[in-house]
Design a protein around this ligand. Structure first.
Ligand SMILES: *Cc1c(COP(=O)(O)O)cnc(C)c1O
Length: 387
């Protein structure tokens, strides 16, 4: 890759084709996919319903400016948004969070936003400034001012929520941070305090949303009342699309000229999103929950007892296997690749699993078995270094 900035430490192979939840690289090796990109291709790599919708749209028109209304945008918004909420379409997760940050400031007339350590909201300046991970911010100062951080799942954070804040932003499960789930009581308390103090609650569902945790949005499983929800990753199953979803009354601050985007809401990505959301039915979500139960049962039996494993976390098909320090997640990922399984890292030496939601139960269990075999072998390291 002589012509590309080396911003990614890349694996040695290129993925050249995919079918269902199987991928093939440029050497002809095939893999079972426990990544979905990074939580993107939840309906796999050959979903004909999505493919046909995109191909049909490709034959009609690809792009119109947002100066013209789009029936497709309205249809996708109606499928996507909870009751009494509106959507702003953009192209990525970071853009969705930028829109949320801007809207929160403009609507409230306040500047301060509370975010959480170990959180991740994206790489553009606003979203990066909300990201509680110094390694992502190093070298880019000055960041956007007015952002405070608190510890996730810490009661002290509740006290920091007061009427001087425009918004609080959080993930219900910190994905990049290592698949750390919010405590139900704590999430409820954050939401309640935001309401009491008139602070907008922004829930970043970029990774947790669109069925990943077994419901359309993860916050639905908690007693939370978000004012703004952000979505991206799986929304277009691989075509770039993001959405900032906010309560209707916020529209007074997002009138004509307040925000904009050339490509956001483009018809190809929207055709894909519509086809994704049409398939995200209660019946489909029930299959995700069912698969999740089977997978977590298998993980508890086969992975939790292993020497290499410190703990396991997650919800739905968003899973974190927290490895002991002696067992490096990068080594585990490389060994699993050689064994024909693609997996992801996350912070704090976490092996992150985000399989396509459509994967068969049999292949989900096969993947867990592959991980068990590799981790079993690597567990000897924990032993030898402990002695
Ligand atoms: C991936 C991610 C983002 C950023 O999305 P991009 O499309 O890469 O800009 C934001 N928030 C969360 C929680 C994410 O997982």
């Amino acid at each position: 890759m002589n012509h590309i900035f080396p911003t990614y430490q890349q694996y040695p192979m290129e993925i050249v084709s995919g079918h269902d939840w199987h991928l093939t690289d440029n050497n002809g090796q095939t893999y079972l996919d426990f990544t979905s990109g990074i939580g993107v291709c939840s309906f796999g790599y050959s979903n004909t319903w999505i493919e046909q919708r995109v191909i049909n749209q490709l034959g009609k028109i690809w792009h119109t400016s947002n100066l013209y209304p789009s029936q497709l945008q309205d249809e996708v918004a109606s499928l996507l948004c909870p009751k009494d909420m509106l959507a702003f379409f953009c192209n990525s997760g970071t853009e969705a969070n930028e829109a949320a940050f801007k809207l929160a400031r403009k609507y409230t007339g306040k500047q301060q936003v509370l975010a959480f350590k170990n959180g991740f909201h994206g790489r553009t300046f606003g979203s990066m400034s909300l990201t509680g991970n110094p390694s992502i911010q190093t070298g880019y100062t000055p960041l956007v001012p007015g952002v405070q951080f608190a510890d996730y799942n810490d009661d002290q954070a509740i006290k920091q929520i007061n009427e001087n804040l425009a918004a609080v932003i959080l993930e219900v499960i910190q994905g990049e941070g290592g698949v750390y789930a919010g405590d139900p009581d704590w999430l409820h308390a954050v939401s309640q305090k935001c309401q009491q103090e008139g602070v907008l609650l922004i829930v970043d569902e970029v990774q947790t949303g669109i069925g990943r945790t077994g419901t359309k949005f993860a916050y639905e499983q908690f007693e939370m009342k978000p004012d703004i929800i952000t979505s991206a990753k799986a929304l277009g199953n691989g075509l770039p699309i993001g959405a900032m979803i906010g309560k209707k009354e916020l529209a007074t601050a997002f009138g004509p000229g307040a925000h904009g985007t050339t490509f956001g809401g483009n018809k190809l990505a929207l055709a894909a999103a519509k086809a994704v959301l049409e398939q995200l039915t209660p019946t489909f979500l029930a299959t995700v929950q069912q698969k999740s139960q089977v997978v977590f049962k298998e993980i508890t039996t086969k992975l939790t007892p292993l020497e290499a494993v410190a703990s396991v976390s997650g919800q739905g098909l968003m899973i974190g296997i927290h490895l002991k320090d002696q067992v490096k997640v990068a080594d585990v990922i490389a060994k699993l690749q050689a064994a024909g399984l693609l997996t992801l890292p996350a912070n704090h030496n976490t092996l992150r699993l985000l399989p396509p939601l459509v994967m068969s139960e049999a292949d989900l269990l096969l993947g867990i078995d592959k991980i068990a075999i590799i981790l079993e072998k690597m567990g000897s390291k924990v032993h030898s270094e402990a002695e």
